[in-house]
Design a protein around this ligand. Structure first.
Ligand code: SAH
Ligand code: SF4
Length: 436
């Protein structure tokens, strides 16, 4: 979502003459787009700001100017606090107000002395109504935001406080953006939302529709060859979505469906509002609708009160489900203001470390086995970039496996059939079998 938001900020600033630079030294404007989900991400902001400060100073010494801005969820959560800790920051704005960036920058330019432009509103108007159509880069795939915010209040998570309440964009607005992306050469669209399968956008007649309905509408758009969506919540799986997995060939056979923990006790304390068995039933149903679907998940180890037995339940869940695709696992990080932060039975850091290592070793085992099983198969690969070695291309298979081949750069943004020669830990080695 932050990658997407940053690209939208660049789109908004383009008419003002700003272009994206690869290095910060001589920039006229630096925007640090931040994440607040774990403490580490937050700490990174201040070390990054420390790094950028001398660039601003040296520009000012030459009589030039630089605006330093902080965007995203840390900005939302800390607001003015940021300019207190880092007084050289000029502009601070949250994830729901970046459509007002041109105005904020103009205000910063007009200000004499300390600028201190702050905008961390949750405005009634949707930023999407004010934004230019998204620009695609050349790699053939693009993100498209369809839903934002969250009303679920898991006890570990800051998202409901920083991104605000759940909102969905209308079906028609999403379809129009999708058509625009296709006209720019995009073949694969990943629908984004903090809780994307809670999507409830309106159709043309004002009726609320589900993510399943949205996928069926997008499947009609000529030129979209691949659809994906992320991130989903187990409680929001619905019948139309299962049908979408069964009936829409463009919907790729891969789903990231976070479970967080395999223990019912911990799931309850996390306020996830489902049990381990309900999650197992969801996966079973999905696999009857789309047998080749592969799964990944997010996991948190060391949530307050997590015992050895609770952690064993998580490992058992991983063995039962099998998560061959790229999962994410984190040590529980205390987030001020969330109920989890007030829980007394916090787990010691070294226990979290040890559990994280065991969990990741099991996930790596499953990923390697899956990648090795892919050897000898032929799969369509969307090429996205050149590799580290001369003449190498890197792309994605249907299950989001990373595939590298020898190939011509002009294939970037195109889908080709690839025969898989070998499966490694994080990638597949292949050779192109057809060139269209
Ligand atoms: N809406 C999605 C997840 C969004 S946050 C869902 O409900 O599954 C992305 C991931 O960050 C979460 O799945 C969780 O694994 C992790 N995360 C969130 N808060 C965290 C915290 N306080 N400590 C550690 N990991 C956290
Ligand atoms: Fe955070 Fe996801 Fe829970 Fe919402 S559903 S509170 S985004 S973990």
């Amino acid at each position: 979502m932050n990658v997407y938001d940053s690209a939208r900020m660049a789109d908004i600033l383009k008419p003002l003459g700003y272009t994206v630079q690869n290095t910060p030294e001589n920039a006229d404007l630096i925007i640090v787009n931040t994440c607040h989900i774990r403490e580490k991400a937050e700490q990174k902001l201040y070390s990054d700001l420390g790094r950028y400060k001398p660039f601003k100073m040296s520009k000012q010494a030459k009589g030039e100017d630089m605006i330093l801005a902080v965007a995203g969820c840390v900005a939302q959560a800390e607001g003015e606090e940021i300019t207190k800790k880092a007084p050289f920051v000029d502009v601070v704005f949250g994830p729901q107000t970046y459509h007002r960036l041109p105005e904020m920058i103009a205000r910063a330019h007009r200000a004499t002395g300390k600028r201190n432009v702050l905008d961390v509103d949750f405005p009634v108007e949707s930023k999407f109504d004010y934004m230019p159509k998204p620009t695609a880069d050349s790699k053939g795939s693009a993100f498209l935001s369809v839903q934002e915010g969250c009303d679920k209040f898991c006890t570990f998570c800051v998202v409901p406080y920083t991104r605000g309440a759940e909102t969905s964009r209308p079906i028609q607005a999403v379809v129009e953006d999708a058509k625009h992306l296709v006209s720019q050469g995009v073949k694969e669209i990943t629908l984004l939302g903090q809780n994307v399968n809670a999507y409830h956008g309106e159709d043309g007649s004002g009726k609320e529709r589900t993510l399943g309905d949205l996928l069926f509408a997008l499947a009609e758009v000529e030129g979209i060859e691949r659809l994906r969506y992320t991130t989903s919540h187990p409680r929001d799986m619905h019948d139309r979505l299962y049908e979408a997995h069964r009936d829409i060939p463009q919907l790729m056979p891969y789903l990231h469906l976070p479970i967080q923990s395999g223990s019912d006790r911990i799931l309850k304390a996390m306020n996830r509002q489902h049990t381990g068995d309900q999650y197992r039933a969801i996966i079973e149903k999905l696999r009857t609708y789309r047998p080749d679907i592969s799964m990944s998940s997010d996991f948190i180890v060391g949530f307050p009160g997590e015992s050895d037995k609770d952690f064993e339940d998580t490992l058992q869940m991983v063995r039962d489900i099998n998560y061959p695709s790229c999962s994410y696992s984190f040590k529980y990080s205390i987030r001020p203001g969330t109920p989890g932060a007030l829980m007394e039975n916090q787990v010691p850091e070294e226990v979290k470390d040890e559990r994280l290592q065991r969990l990741q070793a099991l996930l790596r085992e499953q990923q390697l086995a899956f990648n090795q099983q892919s050897a000898g198969t032929i799969m369509p690969v969307l090429f996205e970039k050149v590799g580290k070695h001369e003449g190498q291309l890197i792309g994605k298979g249907p299950n989001l496996q990373s595939v590298y081949v020898e190939g011509n750069e002009r294939l970037i943004g195109h889908i080709e059939n690839v025969e898989i020669i070998a499966g490694h830990q994080n990638s597949l080695e292949g050779r192109i079998v057809t060139i269209s």
